[in-house]
Ligand binder design. Structure first.
Ligand code: ZN
Length: 258
């Protein structure tokens, strides 16, 4: 298991302890379970990030992903056509252009519950006292998704635990000893959609929500420490890892399924 966690590490651990631990111990390759369209969508998302990071980062990405980006006849693959539309949308968004300035792809470090955490900020704008995270999303900015734990539909920013991510980054920035970095930098999630007509919005989060989210991250990291100290990781029995490694020993009642 890892001594340094990222947002995605603690999120995976929260979703299924058994799968996350298997991934960390190189016993399970989560990426190999992704469908080609998921991988293409992830690459298209990276394209959007690289575009606004720097010209060098974009050129490097294009060189690395040439075969992923183009079809055999040299046509841009559909996901990347959409990515280009998204880039154009953000490029003509006056708010985005005004605030997406400062340090890009900045690595930050700190501790939560004595566990080392690290993260990458898409953009840190110290003049405006904000950090910005670009999120490329399939549906609309208003989209709600089913949450298994909440048994209801919740907004995608909540269901994907992006509130945790923003709370972690805010806390790591708070711990920075760089004097230029203030103690209460606010996150802005810059959402850009993959719709036929891409939509974009800069989204802020009330501080109480971030405070609550940080408490949840602390609770999750306490469970992580328990497993580090030898507790058996819990299985969710729903993810691909749990299905692939399931060994039935008894029947289950239909009442457990409904
Ligand atoms: Zn699982």
């Amino acid at each position: 298991m890892k001594k340094t966690l990222s947002f995605s590490g603690i999120k995976s651990f929260h979703e299924c302890e058994a799968e996350a631990v298997a991934v960390m111990n190189n016993e399970w390759d989560r990426k190999s379970t992704f469908s080609p369209s998921t991988i293409e969508a992830m690459n298209a998302g990276s394209f959007v990030h690289k575009y606004f990071e720097s010209k060098e980062a974009l050129d490097e990405f294009k060189k690395e992903h040439e075969s992923d980006m183009f079809t055999k006849v040299g046509k841009l693959k559909s996901q990347f056509q959409i990515a280009e539309k998204m880039v154009n949308r953000l490029g003509s968004d006056p708010l985005f252009k005004a605030i997406y300035k400062g340090s890009k792809e900045l690595e930050i470090f700190g501790k939560i519950n004595d566990i080392n955490f690290h993260g990458f900020l898409d953009c840190l704008n110290l003049e405006k006292n904000i950090f910005i995270d670009i999120k490329t999303i399939r549906g609309s900015i208003y989209e709600k998704e089913w949450s298994e734990s909440e048994h209801r539909k919740i907004h995608w920013i909540e269901s994907r635990k992006y509130l945790w991510q923003m709370a972690i980054y805010q806390e790591l920035l708070r711990q920075s000893d760089d004097e230029k970095i203030g103690k209460n930098i606010q996150p802005v999630i810059y959402a850009i959609t993959k719709e036929t007509f891409p939509d974009s919005s800069g989204i802020t989060i009330p501080q109480e929500w971030l405070d609550d989210s940080l408490l949840e991250v602390q609770e999750a990291s306490e469970k992580y420490i328990e497993v580090l100290n030898g507790r058996e990781p819990k299985r969710c029995e729903r993810c691909n890892y749990c299905k692939a490694t399931k060994l039935n020993t008894h029947t289950i009642s239909i009442t457990e399924l409904i």
